[in-house]
Design a protein around this ligand. Sequence first.
Ligand code: BES
Ligand code: ZN
Length: 638
Amino acid sequence: MTLLRTAVAAAAILLAGCQSAETNTTTNSSDGGQEAQIAPILDTPEAKDSATYARPLEARVCHVALDLGVDFEAKRIGGTATLDIDRKPDAREIVLDDKGLEIESITDGSNQPLDYKVGAADEKLGSPLSVALRPDTKRLIIKYKSAKDAGALQWLTPEQTAGKKKPYLFSQGQAIENRSWIPTQDSPGIRQSWEATIRVPAGLTAVMSAPKSAEPITQGGESIFSYKMPHSVAPYMIAIGVGDLAFKPLGKRTGVWTEPVMLDRAAAELADTEKMVEAAEKLYGPYRWGRYDLLVLPPAFPYGGMENPTLTFLTPTFIAGDKSLNGLVAHELAHSWSGNLVTNANWSDSWLNEGVTSYFENRIMEEIYGPKRAQQEAALSFDEMTKALAEEKNGPNTQLHLAAKEGVPDGGAGGIVYDKGATFLRTVEKIVGREKWDAYLRSYFDRHAFQPMTSDRFLADMRANLIKGDKSLEAKLQLDDWIYKPGLPSNVIRPDPAAFATVDKAVAAFTSGGPPPADFAGWTTAEKIRFLNKLPRKMSTARLAELNQRLRLNEAGNNEVLFCWLDLAIRNRFDPAVPALERFLTTQGRRKFVKPLIETLAKDPQWGRPIAVRVYRVARGSYHPITQRDLDKLNLMS
Ligand code: BES
Ligand code: ZN
């Protein structure tokens, strides 16, 4: 069977080139061991990435050195990328990913020009950039500029920042956007070490997802920053932020970067970060990246968080004043193991990043805030999964391992990849027992540190190191059903209904005509979310008005609660929520919030669509290119 075959298949394909080619067989000591200088490329068919043009088994990039200037006027980053490559001796070319890059020249290590060709552009994947290799070519030097309207980059005017005085730039690489500003092989299975020298206008600070390698220098109106990532990482993890940034330490190896006027509020919300790192290490082994800092971005940042190594990127919308949304931090931190250490080889297996991380996140939350909060958050995640299964009618998109679709990796529905993924691991934990399961998961991270992973390999690893031939355990786990079949296997462990007993009673009372819950203000955030999400989607104006008045929902300071309320309100054409809605949609650009709300509005031609048109005209310019790409499909601007 394929799993066995995968287990014995030699994973490391080491070609000739790059400096030292240590293999990874000894990478299992708790101190990080000896890491492979050149991370292996998996050669099995399920590990192939259909979203890259690269053919890494012939020639692959192993190190990227960037020397770039940031031009806020032209909205371009430009300079050189020096790529160290590893190739078969008879390889005639190396293929990189390119999405709109402006290439000026490509030379080899001795500055001899190399022939290259940019192939036809696919709307989603961009173009192959094929560079001819001479027999001795080991290095490419590419002079270039980032794409015009690069999908990875968002340029903010001073007005779009908190301080209002200086411009801002940030990048977002996942899943396949980095090819619009870095010419390399943009596939998570092709790990690369990297370094960067970045020039920005004096007065701005550039931070990146790697340790600082030199003190910044300011001269001639420019500041120069240097970073170096010694580990090999998936190229989507190269990230940059440039702006008026200040830093505040949170603990001995943790700290926060953000605009000066945001610094105190951000630091207060993040006060438990060092404790989270300690809890994570206690669970699943050493944190191997040195520092763990966070960059709190302007509200236009399109995601809740992004796990850029050594420097998590965060939306400011998680700041609630009471740390009630800091599960986001636990999540991005957990990716330092699941995602950054052990990485999905391609986007069909993104549950290995997101599902394992969602499980790990919840374990960190339990360590720090106790079982009640953890159980409630796990129960909300179970609800999300149930909703996603229903929306997808238990169809093929509800498998954890998604079929490799042609084109862009969309990662599947969040409720599946994240929540079914986490539910799977909770089920395994329950069946195996926490102690044994934790020991296994910890050893999994050690065994596969700095390597790509697939579903097949994960299952083979579980069978070799956890199940070890125990037939009855194998039967109980139903592993293949969880990963390769749609819907929900029969052994699923459900959340304890006690977690939300009070809330569910309040829902029943309200829906049978009673008053809104009197003690709502004192509830946990998870309880408020559960309450709002369990209410019927169709409600009368009078009942909504009662809710709004008693629970002060239009004024909710917690953005997750506000989002749940606005979703309910617009489905019922509740006019009094419109000012709050317009404020919410025009003052932040988190995709998870703006996309569903605007889509719901656009589907209601009489009441909602005019609001969507009005809002989008104002807000589009402040949304991220990826969010614009999604929402432009609704034709609100025409
Ligand atoms: N890695 C993801 C963000 C991502 C996923 C970016 C896919 C691009 C493509 C990040 O770790 C994440 O999951 N963020 C969530 C928050 C989390 C608490 C569920 C988000 O942004 O909402
Ligand atoms: Zn994640």
